[in-house]
Design a protein around this ligand. Structure first.
Ligand SMILES: O=P(O)(O)OC[C@H]1O[C@H](OP(=O)(O)OP(=O)(O)O)[C@H](O)[C@@H]1O
Ligand SMILES: O=c1cc[nH]c(=O)[nH]1
Ligand SMILES: [Mg+2]
Length: 209
């Protein structure tokens, strides 16, 4: 079973507390989402593999560590996942970026696919799927399935706020995927929104409501 890690870092908790506030506008919301993604990326990359390499400093020969595992890719679930890309790339600038377009049908809450463009070698990469919100779990389960159908084997999922219902659904559908969560909330309301949550992440990032 993949691990589920809820972030305990005080800076992450503090920043999640800010973006929950309804008076926070798009500019600040976007900036803070990006900062949280950066801190979460730091936590979610703790176990990346390293290898020893011999190098020469201006003083002498020595052994240093360098990343040794698979190359990385970041795949945001559009739209709201876009808000996490810059923060991720600040930490892992060599990562390639794929995009999966899904929106949640407001009546059925089922994900509807409208776009998919991935790095050609994504099957060889360790992929970080990012989306600020994990609500019913339909969107991330579908996005991860799309990646698996393209041959991706190593997948991690990162979200800023999750509902317990969505975490359960994700673990049941993709038990091999490690899940990193900024804050685990109480429940979903009758419209599939996370309670207390932060509202619609996409609308708040892009100012569309
Ligand atoms: O876990 P789920 O129940 O599937 O809900 C979560 C999804 O809903 C939101 O996207 P939305 O459909 O609002 O699209 P948007 O990012 O374009 O606003 C959010 O960013 C997730 O992708
Ligand atoms: O609370 C929620 C649930 C789904 N999508 C959002 O943006 N927010
Ligand atoms: Mg939305």
């Amino acid at each position: 079973m993949g691990k589920v890690l809820v972030m305990e870092h005080p800076l992450i908790q503090h920043k999640v507390g800010i973006i929950r506030r309804k008076e926070v506008g798009s500019k600040d919301f976007r900036e803070i989402i990006s900062e949280i993604a950066m801190y979460m990326c730091y936590e979610a990359t703790r176990d990346l593999k390293l290898q020893d390499v011999e190098i020469e400093t201006p003083i002498c020969k020595t052994t240093v560590k360098e990343l040794a595992g698979k190359k990385l890719a970041v795949v945001p679930i559009l739209r709201a996942g876009l808000g996490m890309v810059e923060g991720m790339l600040t930490m892992i600038p060599a990562a390639k970026v794929g995009h999966i377009g899904l929106y949640r049908d407001p009546d059925t809450l089922e994900p509807v696919e409208y776009y998919c463009k991935l790095p050609a070698d994504c099957g060889e990469r360790e992929v970080f799927v990012v989306d600020p919100m994990l609500a019913t779990g339909g969107s991330c389960v579908a996005a991860i399935q799309m990646l698996k159908d393209k041959g991706v084997k190593n997948i991690r999922f990162m979200c800023i706020i999750a509902a317990p219902e969505g975490v359960k659904k994700l673990q049941e559908a993709h038990p091999d995927v490690d899940v990193y969560i900024g804050a685990l909330d109480e429940k979903l309301n009758d419209h599939g929104y996370i309670v207390p949550g932060l509202g619609d992440a996409g609308d708040r990032i892009f100012g569309t409501k």
